[in-house]
Design a binder for this molecule. Structure first.
Ligand SMILES: [Zn+2]
Length: 133
């Protein structure tokens, strides 16, 4: 994977997630599809953080399950997860790095310095985010 395509509306939604949850991390999933060199995001789905904290998150299992069903219904798949860093930069924390190794998918972090994407490829690698209309 070399890049991820997010619609401008998606990026706006992610920025809103940061603003709407000033004290704890917000989280959610991306529904879309994978092409040769791109992850194409079609739907950004916020999911409740079932363990509210400003340093970590846990996707609510019921809502996460519903998201899988939704992706299936749409003929797509869950292609990644996002979470916010309410007080820090969009760089993976030690907790994030460990989680990325255990759950190898696209990870998007929304921090005070913007929106950044990462994948695990023998270590954490940043992946380019392309904003599409
Ligand atoms: Zn984090």
């Amino acid at each position: 994977m070399t890049n991820v395509q997010l619609k401008k509306d998606h990026i706006r939604l992610l920025d809103d997630e940061l603003t709407l949850h000033p004290s704890n991390e917000a989280c959610g999933v991306f529904i879309g599809r994978k092409e040769k060199s791109s992850i194409i995001v079609e739907i950004v789905l916020p999911i409740k953080n079932s363990r509210p904290s400003d340093r970590s998150f846990e996707l609510d299992s019921k809502e996460h399950y519903e998201a899988w069903n939704r992706a299936d219904e749409e003929g797509m798949e869950i292609v990644g997860v996002y979470h916010t860093h309410p007080h820090s930069k969009a760089s993976p924390s030690a907790w994030d790095r460990e989680s990325m190794e255990n759950y190898q998918t696209l990870w998007v972090i929304v921090g005070v310095d913007g929106v950044k994407g990462y994948v695990w490829d023998d270590g954490v690698k940043q992946i380019e985010i392309i904003a599409v209309a």
